[in-house]
Design a protein around this ligand. Structure first.
Ligand code: MV4
Length: 500
């Protein structure tokens, strides 16, 4: 087992990984940028190494500095978290070349799944269902012919991409030429590669992903699904497990397809196979799900799977990376109850979801049975524009979906954040809808039905809130003094039409 792990990340995920290390008796090394000197993940680690300026290229994306930091701190392994260098095959290879262990899959697995056209061809060979379409087309005439064969609407995607970048829906032939040109230039810009693939567009589909886990001895299982259809601009907002739509048969088929997908690239460690699922195709007895892509990292929404399966994914990532065998067979792994995650972002739903930066004057996450909060923030911390505006992940677990929704509603209501604007009330409104309660929310639902949203919440006077917050920090007595139901600026009492 490792003695010391360097965590090449920041925020909530760095802390999440450090917690697992602490339980396993492993020392932790944080890395940080100039902007993160007072960040929680630096406080939480046993040691911390300053990388450089706030810009990710100078800090969390700098391969040489990270490997140097691991050397000087005498770490034996690096955990990349998610984002940053987590799916960078060259980084994984550089870590291993430096005689350190990369806590994740092999560089070859990352590379094989990184190219969407190549991975689609690999999946077809492995018998994993893929969306009808074509790869490797060049001329406009070829795309035109392909689109007619597939039938509109079609989707043009960046072959080098993923995560929705360079993706364009084409509803009719009249839009095809422009869409291809736009997708090509977007893809060239983002990935330095203008290859495209074209496939059938499934408009009313759900995004369902399967968590897989493999060890370095060829044993690989799945940990069931997460439904992630509540997204805005390819940013997930709410995730849950089990999916309210899957039957036991479909769950088993999708799980098996995910295992086959992962085995086709000799996968080990934690990974996620993303599928698109159209419930209408299921009722017509047609193939209802298709492979989209594989994320070769631990994902933001992994706690949903942890609460439902009872397995600590980070714990097992570390043990597997150290060469241990994964001790559970597929038949040992079960789903218990229902888990939902809401991503609390510092962003303003009333002004186009622009990031909201500033000092966190109050930050009091909810607590109680079945409530988990993963966060990298505390009151007094600064929310900057340099990094992802994720403030916290609020995850609830209950015996069934209905109770989990109620628990989430209560927990969101109890979440107190002052100093930055958040999407908390927006998420409350989403989970209050009949569509969400019925589990009918497809990937287009949020943007078509919930794109423009204003809470009609009265402006909070942040200056007065700040003054009160300072009083609250100074003494507990002051806190009770301001806990007065008639005080409109009482930070312990939230205002707005979805509060109380
Ligand atoms: C699709 C699709 C529908 N049909 N492919 C989104 C990101 C990347 N993982 C692939 N994605 C999708 N691929 C076909 N053939 C729907 C999505 C998709 C999506 C599309 C538009 C708006 C939001 C979306 C959320 C999840 C998935």
């Amino acid at each position: 087992m490792f003695n010391k792990i360097l965590i090449a990340n920041r925020g909530e995920i760095a802390i999440r990984i450090m917690r697992a290390c602490r339980e396993l008796g492993i020392q932790t090394v944080a890395v940080y940028s100039e902007a993160d000197k007072n960040a929680q993940h630096v406080q939480f680690a046993d040691e911390a190494v300053l990388l450089g300026d706030a810009a990710p290229k100078e800090s969390y994306l700098n391969v040489d500095k990270l490997i140097q930091a691991a050397r000087t701190s005498q770490a034996d392994a690096i955990h990349p978290g998610y984002g940053f260098l987590s799916e960078n095959a060259s980084f994984a290879a550089a870590v291993e070349s430096a005689n350190l262990t990369f806590i994740g899959p092999s560089a070859d697995s990352i590379r094989a799944m990184g190219d969407k056209a190549e991975s689609k061809i690999l999946m077809k060979k492995a018998g994993v269902p893929t969306v009808p379409g074509f790869e490797g087309l060049e001329s406009y005439e070829d795309f035109q012919k392909a689109a007619n064969e597939i039938g509109y609407p079609v989707l043009v995607k960046a072959a080098a991409g993923g995560g929705g970048k360079g993706m364009r829906v084409v509803n009719a032939e009249s839009e095809l030429k422009d869409s291809i040109e736009l997708a090509r230039s977007e893809s060239l810009n983002a990935f330095g590669d203008d290859r495209l693939l074209i496939e059938k567009y499934l408009a009313e589909a759900h995004h369902i992903e399967i968590q897989v886990f493999g060890d370095k001895h060829g044993h690989l299982v799945h940990l069931f699904e997460r439904e992630c259809s509540v997204q805005r601009r390819h940013q997930k907002i709410i995730e849950e497990s089990p999916s309210p739509l899957l039957t036991p048969e479909l769950r088993e088929q999708m799980g098996q397809a995910a295992v086959n997908a992962a085995k086709a690239v000799n996968y080990y460690n934690a990974g996620t196979v993303e599928f698109i699922f159209d419930p209408k195709l299921a009722t017509l007895n047609l193939q209802p799900f298709y492979f989209l892509e594989m994320n070769t990292r631990l994902q933001v929404e992994h706690p949903v799977t942890e609460l439902v399966t009872g397995l600590d994914l980070v714990h097992w990532q570390i043990r597997i990376a150290a060469g241990e065998k994964f001790p559970f067979q597929q038949s040992d792994i079960h789903q218990h109850g229902h888990a939902i995650e809401c991503r609390v972002y510092a962003e303003d739903p009333a002004s186009g979801f622009l990031p909201s930066t500033g000092k966190l004057l109050q930050f009091i996450p909810p607590q109680g049975p079945g409530i988990r909060v993963d966060s990298g923030f505390a009151a007094g911390n600064q929310v900057t524009h340099f990094y992802d505006p994720l403030l916290a992940k609020l995850i609830v677990h209950a015996g069934n979906r209905e109770d989990a929704i109620k628990r989430m509603q209560a927990a969101l209501r109890d979440f107190i954040v002052h100093g930055v604007v958040t999407n908390i009330d927006y998420m409350r409104a989403v989970i209050e809808t009949e569509d969400f309660k019925q589990g009918k929310v497809s990937t287009r639902w949020v943007e078509t039905k919930f794109g423009e949203w204003s809470s009609a919440q009265p402006e909070v006077n942040t200056l007065i809130a700040a003054a009160l917050a300072d009083v609250v920090f100074v003494s507990g007595k002051a806190q009770s003094a301001v806990s007065n139901e008639t005080d409109p600026f009482n930070p312990w009492k939230q205002t707005g039409n979805y509060r109380n």
